[in-house]
Design a protein around this ligand. Structure first.
Ligand SMILES: N[C@@H](CCC(=O)N[C@@H](CS)C(=O)NCC(=O)O)C(=O)O
Length: 211
């Protein structure tokens, strides 16, 4: 006898603010073709450090993805975990299984998260504490890493190779955030890539998710 199980109802809520980490999570959900509700968190007002928010993430940070089903809730509190989750359940191939392609996507993804985005976050924090010299050194390093990222862009035009992937998601928000510090005439491949990525509807939806 064939028993058809009813599809489990599931909703996704993304808590966040207009920051790079939150925008990357929103872009991944949008590019994955997933329906989600946006919940804006008032970071300046300290909403993230009060209940009921702390019940969702005791670290008091965004983004947070809450998936609710009949069986209960699951919560992700790391932007990169949200990106990989979106890739795993996506109908679109945001992180292909084919080993050589996957390898390229992961290489570029971690290049941007570790060598660019992390340094940008540290530089921001140091500057806010008046450590201008240390902040400038890190800024110099991550800008140089962005400039060097042109090597990922062959004729195929995406950070991970022939198609849009998690690597483009990692790269896009940070390149956009520091666009005015880049010498664009010397970066033709990166400039063409940025235009190509900015034109995608999923990217636009994610960039605007938190206003
Ligand atoms: N590793 C975390 C970092 C999360 C994070 O630092 N979030 C910032 C905004 S981008 C935040 O919530 N800051 C508020 C605070 O620290 O009070 C991730 O990638 O999701």
């Amino acid at each position: 006898m064939n028993v058809t199980m009813p599809l489990q109802a599931s909703t996704l809520e993304l808590f966040g603010a207009p920051t790079g980490n939150c925008r990357r999570a929103a872009i991944a959900l949008s590019e994955a073709g997933l329906a989600y509700t946006v919940r804006r968190v008032d970071l300046r007002g300290g909403e993230q450090r009060r209940e009921p928010f702390l019940a969702l993430n005791p670290a008091g940070k965004v983004p947070i993805l809450v998936q609710s089903t009949d069986q209960g809730q699951s919560i992700l509190t790391q932007s990169n975990a949200i990106i990989f989750h979106a890739a795993a359940v996506s109908k679109h191939d945001l992180l292909p299984d084919d080993p050589p392609i996957r390898q390229r996507c992961l290489e570029a993804f971690f290049y941007f998260t570790n060598d660019v985005i992390n340094l940008n976050g540290c530089a921001f924090m140091l500057k806010s504490r008046g450590q201008d010299d240390a902040a400038s050194l890190l800024t110099e390093r991550y800008i140089a890493a962005i400039v060097a990222s042109e090597r990922f862009l062959g004729a195929e035009g995406f950070m991970g190779g022939r198609a849009f992937s998690v690597a483009d998601i990692a790269a896009f928000t940070i390149v956009t955030a520091v666009a005015d510090r880049l010498a664009w005439p010397a970066l033709p491949r990166l400039a063409a890539w940025r235009e190509r990525i900015a034109a995608r509807s999923g990217v636009q939806k994610g960039m605007q998710a938190f206003g």
